[in-house]
Design a protein around this ligand. Structure first.
Ligand code: 3HC
Length: 707
């Protein structure tokens, strides 16, 4: 018996069982593919073996290629080990539980039979990593389930449940018994002598109409609308088209070529970085997560405004019962209506069934008394953003909530320790800063006060994950990390208007960069009034505050965005299309004249660099202040809180593509030209001088209690 530590081979009742045992997710790391090939060679040469089972140890079948190996030389790719499965003279049964993704599914597709546990999930998520499947996945899948279904799976990269996969013909059967391995061995014995071996490469599950050029053109057209900045989804369509136009071997060669072209590209690098940054953000330096952290099984939200209702919906969507508390009956009624409307819209759009809506609504209780929420495991306060109001809420929570309940604030700026001082349990208080709309945006910025206990942070993050959010930790400071790092970008956009740029030009530069919407159009959606009060407060508190005259004036004119039919753009009634508005240019011109600012032309690069580098500098200051653990956490916040284009990795990853040295030189020059708001961060200077990467920077007080 030849056994590596990560691929075990045993013979059980004439069946060669190949078990991938490469924790944590059975990725196809070094040695796994070789181990599969070795086991097949042994079994095929052994007269005592009639068939094989390929199965994963632990929680998954195989989660795909080892993403850390991309961009490095690999002795063999999945295409080789998949071909060995396919070519085995004895049948191979894949026994899938947990995830079979990417190269994992490709290996299953190369087996002759596929069984799965009911909870198994399959998918080819390669496009989400900026590549296409490289182990024959596009070719075998298309032949097995037809081009339309293959396009859907490969272009979206989505995970598919076992029941759907069975319906499509991707699986042969679902094994509804706990012993999947035993069932697979029995199945292998039952088909051991069946010939010819059913191979996906020999199938052709389509008719002529399914392969018409128009089918593929329609996909490309849809992608041009939604993903014009990306290469991988288009290549995926090309590969599937190649599957229906060419022989299996030629299609495979086409796929290999597409895979190698994409693997080293900027898109793949950015997306790989984003994948690991997201997982890194879940870790708190110096704090070990214990497996038995109490989960949040019930929650409460204080305040049924837009934010509070959104958070309650996010809980209900995640299957967590939640009570939405409002003292005023009118406000509670408005909250109820808001929640119902949100669900009704989803049902109308077809993204939710009536039954699912009813189940979600059943999970939301509407209450008016603090006593009614006392038993909840966590409470999120989402009331008016003023310290005295927060104190009032937290002292009430302190009085009623059961011991150990998480006391969370959705504040976007106020000091966590000061909020916690209204309680006798600061260790249980933290920020859970959701982004609007809270039921849609995936970021939850978990804010750590000086008094916050590590377990409180970990439980809050666990809760966020259970709600489908991506969590990253911030230290307590004005605007925390996400909004604080973004504020300079917003200011610089406005200041550039005074100097001659237009909202439409800046929006176009940012959408060309990859944002789904320009920042001015987004501002019209969220409302110009949202930041107006904050600016006034900051101007009163700080005589050096750089006033932003243009947006202030628009708000004072009643131009609050889409809700008033005009903001940075003009809107026709009932239509969300932004139209450039001469009135805005008039305001900009008037402000420029009053300030004596000369108007000039901007290049696209200057616009992009002015807005993003302002934020890069602030991000460095945040790290310098020790308010974030890692630069990559800031990237995660930009990806999930602000729609930063994922294929660009994140703010700091992008800045590395410019180069820390050039970033520093540019910021230094702008500090001379524009003054102290551009004073370069010391950390940025250090990084530029040392030649290290911005994205690898860590927070100054890493080991201390507060990030
Ligand atoms: N390669 C390397 N490491 C991986 C990995 C992979 N494919 N998948 C997961 N990991 C690591 C994570 O980085 C994490 O490591 P850490 O503990 O050190 O942070 C650990 O495994 C656990 O991962 P998650 O925290 O994500 O665990 P979950 O249980 O939440 O999710 C999962 C499991 C759904 C499998 C998720 O990890 C995932 O989506 N993985 C990526 C799957 C994928 O994209 N596969 C395709 C790869 S490309 C490919 O196969 C190319 C082929 O066509 C040739």
């Amino acid at each position: 018996m030849n056994e590596t530590t990560i691929v075990h081979y045993d013979v059980v009742d004439t069946i060669g069982v190949i078990t991938i045992d490469n924790p944590p997710v059975n990725a196809l790391g070094p040695g796994v593919r070789e181990g599969i090939i070795d086991a097949l060679e042994q079994g095929n040469a052994d007269d005592g073996v009639q068939a094989f089972v390929l199965i994963g140890a632990g929680r998954n079948f195989i989660a795909g290629a080892d993403i850390r190996q991309f961009g490095k030389t690999r002795p063999i790719g999945s295409v080789v080990s998949a071909a060995a499965l396919d070519a085995s003279s004895k049948p191979v049964v894949a026994a899938i539980h947990g995830y079979a993704l990417g190269g994992g599914l490709e290996h299953a597709l190369a087996c002759h039979y596929r069984l799965a546990a009911p909870g198994a999930k399959v998918g080819l998520p390669e496009v989400t990593l900026g590549i296409v499947p490289g182990g024959g996945g596009t070719q075998r899948l298309t032949r097995l389930i037809g081009p339309e279904a293959a396009l859907d799976m490969v272009v979206s990269g989505r995970h598919m449940g076992a029941a759907e996969a069975l319906k499509l013909g991707l699986l042969d059967a679902i094994v509804d018994e706990p012993d999947l391995r035993g069932a697979a061995i029995r199945h292998a014995r039952s088909i051991a002598s069946a010939r010819p071996l059913p191979r996906a490469r020999d199938r052709q599950n389509w008719n002529e109409a399914d392969t018409a050029p128009a089918v593929f053109e329609a996909r490309r057209k849809a992608l041009t609308r939604k993903s014009r900045h990306l290469k991988a989804p288009f290549k995926a369509v090309d590969c599937i088209e190649a599957a229906v136009r060419h022989s299996f071997d030629d299609g495979l060669a086409f796929e290999q070529q597409a895979f190698s072209e994409l693997e080293q590209g900027a898109e793949a690098k950015g997306l790989r970085y984003a994948f690991f940054a997201e997982r890194e953000a879940a870790k708190i330096p110096g704090v070990q997560a214990s497996a038995d952290l109490a989960p949040v099984a019930s929650a409460a939200v204080i305040g049924a405004g837009t934010m509070g209702s959104g958070i309650a919906i996010a809980y209900a969507d995640a299957g967590i019962p939640v009570k939405l508390l409002e003292i005023s009956p009118d406000a509670l009624e408005r909250g109820k209506a808001r929640v119902r409307d949100t669900y009704a819209t989803r049902v109308k759009r077809g993204s939710l069934t009536q039954q699912a809506m009813d189940a979600c609504l059943d999970r939301i209780g509407f209450v008016q008394r603090y006593e009614d929420i006392a038993d909840c495991d966590a409470v999120v306060e989402a009331v008016f953003e003023r310290m005295d109001v927060k104190h009032d809420v937290f002292s009430k929570l302190d009085a009623v909530m059961k011991p150990g309940a998480l006391l969370l604030t959705n504040s976007s700026a106020l000091d966590i320790d000061e909020i916690a001082s209204a309680t006798r349990r600061p260790q249980d208080v933290a920020g859970a800063h959701f982004f609007a709309p809270a039921n849609v945006m995936k970021l939850c910025e978990v804010v750590r006060g000086n008094g916050t206990a590590p377990d409180t942070l970990l439980r809050t993050m666990k809760m966020g994950r259970a709600m489908g959010k991506v969590c990253a930790v911030a230290g307590s400071c004005d605007g925390f990390v996400a909004n604080r790092s973004r504020a300079p970008m917003m200011s610089e956009m406005m200041i550039m208007l005074e100097e001659g740029a237009t909202p439409q030009q800046i929006d176009r530069v940012m959408t060309d960069f990859g944002y789904p919407m320009g920042p001015f159009a987004v501002n019209d959606l969220s409302g110009l009034d949202v930041s107006y009060e904050g600016r006034k407060r900051r101007a009163e508190a700080n005589p050096d505050y750089r006033k932003l005259h243009v947006p202030d004036r628009l708000v004072e004119m009643g131009r609050l965005g889409q809700k008033t039919g005009a903001g940075w753009y003009r809107y026709e009634p009932g239509d969300r299309t932004p139209h450039p508005d001469a009135a805005v240019l008039g305001v900009i011109g008037a402000v420029a004249r009053e300030l004596g600012t000369a108007q000039r032309e901007f290049t696209d690069t200057e616009i992009l660099h002015r807005v993003l580098l302002a934020s890069v500098n602030e991000a460095c200051k945040i790290l310098e202040d020790g308010k974030a653990y890692r630069a990559s956490d800031i990237d995660v916040m930009w990806l999930y809180g602000f729609g930063f284009p994922r294929h660009r990795g994140g703010l700091m990853f992008w800045a590395d593509t410019v180069g820390a040295k050039d970033v520093h030189a540019q910021i230094t020059e702008w500090a001379q030209r524009y003054g102290s708001r551009w004073t370069p961060s010391r950390l940025l200077g250090d990084i530029a001088a040392s030649g290290s990467l911005l994205r690898d920077a860590t927070g100054g007080t890493h080991q201390k209690a507060t990030p």
